[in-house]
Write a protein that binds this ligand. Structure first.
Ligand SMILES: [Zn+2]
Length: 459
């Protein structure tokens, strides 16, 4: 056996099934040894006292590139990812949606040497364009993003259009990410609220109501089962929505449910004081600590299958540039999601094993990126994160690497710190400082055929 390129020695390697003190050896970007007694390596890192986690896999990310680079771009967004311990993202941007194979080719070309982590690209489903599904899936998109309500300029699918789309994905073997809010309910609420002349943050929970999300989620979950499709309900905002997922799953629906930290940790009434800085949709629903505890319980138990950030940044200036109706929806999240999950361990809501399950293994499995991504095992990419479980820090706007330059979690003290991040065996961030080496590669979806693998240059 020739020398290893890298050896992480003496760390506690964590997987969803448990943890043990093992050496991890890497050659040519791939894990080639997990166990005691590793052969010698050109570079050895003493990982004793640290946890070794598989790199985070964040499958709901908007980097606005191409589209709105004044909000974010790939170099800055993926620097934030690398520093926070995320080594794979799946990206889609509403401003420049991928609707055709030609759009995908153009985006792949634009993104060459712009990413600091590996990345898949998702397509946007368009009402009435279900015939494009098979071609896009064969070209290698990771999933189809579907809106049930017109949002961020993307037209919504009513039940008939959603059924068409899901039927096409079931035939192609493709997977979808469903944003569920009922258009008729959000529209009616908007008309009433606008008539009052109100522009305060308090409009948000009424405009983007619990009922609007529940109605759309219930219909979508039912149609996923009836069509035999595979899909994820995006950003499940409260336990009642998760209940519809669980019911349809029990009846046989291939339905995943995504959680995001903002639905655990931010409170519904913060929008009254913070206004546009809490404008995202669906909005925060948790009202009490008990609501938060219930969301963690649903995540531990698997009703919520995996976590993502739904990173959709705007700068403070952009968030303050208009009234609550006009500013962009969305929060920055790539900087903070891993930290908040590690802190949830310190707070007793999760185990480190849970973190590797919900932010590495499960999302990689849901989107066909596993076993190459999302685990530490011989043959997988050497996407590795060293974590100091005892280190504590306070999240601050000044430390945010996203162009957003702020975080809704500022002031929160978190325990558990990412010390180093390796992408395919190469150090891409250390102590919160990214290398910005732009070595991230395109990872095509599992439906990609040989022709598109050659043409797009993805792995
Ligand atoms: Zn989103």
């Amino acid at each position: 056996m020739t020398d290893l390129d890298l050896l992480l020695a003496g760390g506690t390697v964590v997987s969803p099934g448990g943890r043990s003190r093992l050496d991890v050896g890497v050659r040519d970007g791939v894990v080639v040894h997990v166990g005691p007694g590793a052969p010698s390596a050109r570079r050895t890192v003493d990982a004793s006292g640290l946890f070794v986690l598989p790199g985070g896999v964040d499958t709901h990310v908007h980097l606005m590139d191409p589209g709105s680079p004044e909000r974010e771009d790939f170099p800055t967004g993926t620097s934030a990812a690398a520093a926070s311990g995320v080594t794979t993202i799946v990206e889609h941007s509403h401003g420049t949606p991928v609707r055709t194979v030609a759009d995908l080719r153009g985006k792949v070309h634009h993104l060459r040497e712009r990413s600091n982590v590996d990345y898949g690209l998702a397509a946007h489903a368009w009402p009435g364009q279900a015939s494009d599904v098979a071609g896009l899936w064969a070209a290698g998109v990771t999933f189809f993003k579907v809106f049930t309500c017109t949002t961020h300029g993307i037209p919504g699918h009513d039940a008939a259009r959603l059924r068409e789309h899901l039927t096409a994905t079931a035939q192609a073997g493709a997977v979808s990410l469903l944003h569920c809010e009922d258009e008729s309910l959000t529209e009616a609420a908007e008309a009433l609220l606008r008539a009052t002349g109100r522009t305060d943050g308090g409009i948000l929970p009424d405009w983007r109501s619990r009922d609007a999300e529940l109605v759309a989620a219930a219909v979508a979950a039912l149609l996923v089962r009836r069509t035999g499709a595979r899909a994820t309900l995006a950003h499940v905002s409260h336990p009642e929505v998760a209940g519809y997922v669980a019911r349809e799953r029990a009846l046989g629906a291939a339905l995943h449910a995504e959680g995001c930290p903002q639905y655990f940790l931010l409170r519904e009434d913060e929008v009254l004081d913070e206004g546009a800085l809490r404008k995202f949709t669906p909005p925060a629903r948790a009202r009490t600590d008990d609501d938060e505890v219930e969301m963690w319980r649903l995540l531990r138990g698997g009703t919520l299958t995996h976590m993502s950030s739904d990173h959709a940044p705007s700068t403070l200036e952009q968030k303050r540039a208009g009234d609550i109706w006009n500013v962009h929806f969305g929060l920055p999240g790539l900087d903070s999601t891993m930290s908040l999950l590690l802190d949830a361990v310190a707070r007793g809501h999760l185990s480190y094993e849970d973190v590797t399950r919900v932010y590495s293994e499960r999302p990689a499995q849901v989107y066909g990126l596993w076993p190459r991504k999302g685990r530490i095992a011989v043959g997988s990419d050497a996407d590795l994160v060293l974590v100091d479980p005892a280190a504590q820090r306070t999240l601050r706007d000044e430390d945010v690497l996203s162009k957003a330059g702020w975080t809704p979690f500022a002031g929160r003290t978190v325990r558990g710190r990412v010390v180093q991040t390796y992408l395919r065996g190469t150090l891409v961030a250390e102590e919160g400082r990214p290398q910005d080496a732009r070595t991230g590669r395109l990872v095509l979806g599992p439906g990609a055929d040989a022709e598109h693998r050659r043409a797009l240059g993805g792995d």
